[in-house]
Design a protein around this ligand. Structure first.
Ligand SMILES: [Zn+2]
Length: 319
């Protein structure tokens, strides 16, 4: 008769099997936990230095000396990087006294000869007052997240643009909108710069078109959590989903695949007037919003770099 093996006789085999299982489980865990390397890398520290530099200009309200200094800083930065820089200038009546305010959308072009282009945008003016601040509603508004974050983000992205291989050979324009919130009272007009830009795009003859637009607003919050924004899903569902898909592929969990807020922002004129499918990447859960506490201390370069990683991957894998 054949005798059954007792467990201590097969113990070496079991030990061997357990070892194999452990090795395969742990290597699988490593593969899933590690974020894929995205090249070229977005420099978190340098982007935070840009954010600080911009905030040291204090208030950057449309038409103010701080705004003029910022325009100089940004245009010098991109001219050094050999991008084409120009201003789109117009006047808008001041909401309080009606006198004309000189507005400047700042446009930075990469591969200006390309006829199919991607628009990456932010606003670079700051709100006149931190009117949601309970103690100092007439105090100084710095706008580290609501203003400087988008600018610092595009400045750092500019450093890696030449090393990127952009899908389909698309050209890219960085557009800094003026007059996003030259707002003193409840009913004052928002989005002056993006409205003007969208109308010019619609009515002026041109030999190029924007395939997609992406707007960056409030992306430096230390506690970053970016949900899909409802108007972006309504006007640009394919684009919006592709960005969150890029986040999934690069392991950036701060991009959460759920819709949350419906936000009125510079992406509305781009979608509604210019008909450029545009997504707003915005972290709207920011307690310091429109208060004196919107300062660099509540922001982080690591957050900017997370958005940067997603965007660099997306630019190289545009659907
Ligand atoms: Zn704001």
């Amino acid at each position: 008769m054949k005798r059954m093996n007792t467990w201590w006789q097969v113990w070496p085999t079991i030990r061997f099997l357990i070892l194999i299982i452990l090795i395969s489980v742990s290597s699988f865990a490593c593969v899933t936990a590690a974020e894929p390397e995205v090249e070229p890398a977005f420099d978190a520290k340098r982007s935070y230095e840009y954010l600080n530099k911009i905030c040291r200009l204090k208030s950057r309200v449309s038409g103010s000396p701080g705004m003029a200094e910022q325009q100089k800083l940004i245009s010098e930065h991109f001219r050094e990087l050999k991008a084409k820089v120009h201003f789109q200038t117009f006047d808008a009546p001041h909401p309080i006294n009606g006198t004309p305010v000189r507005m400047n959308n700042l446009i930075v072009s990469w591969y200006p000869e390309a006829k199919k282009r991607i628009l990456l945008a932010c606003h670079y003016d700051t709100r006149p007052f931190p009117d949601r601040d309970r103690f100092q509603p007439q105090g100084l508004f710095i706008g580290a997240n609501d203003g400087a974050s988008g600018v610092a983000f595009l400045m750092e992205l500019g450093n890696v643009m030449r090393d990127l291989k952009i899908s389909h050979g698309y050209g890219v324009d960085f557009v800094f909108f003026d007059g996003e919130e030259l707002v003193y009272r409840e009913n004052d007009a928002y989005f002056l710069g993006s409205n003007y830009f969208a109308n010019q795009y619609k009515k002026e003859p041109r030999d190029f078109e924007y395939v997609y637009g992406i707007l960056f607003d409030m992306i430096a919050d230390k506690n970053l959590a970016i949900y899909m924004e409802k108007n972006s899903l309504k006007y640009a569902p394919r684009l919006t989903r592709s960005i969150w898909e890029a986040a999934r592929k690069t392991g950036i969990r701060e991009f959460i695949s759920q819709e949350k807020y419906e936000i009125r922002d510079d992406h509305l004129p781009l979608n509604e007037i210019a008909r450029i499918p545009t997504c707003d990447i915005i972290d709207f859960d920011y307690p310091a919003w429109h208060t004196t506490r919107d300062i660099p201390r509540n922001c982080s370069g690591a957050s900017l770099a997370k958005v940067g990683t997603v965007l660099i991957y997306w630019l190289q894998n545009i659907p």
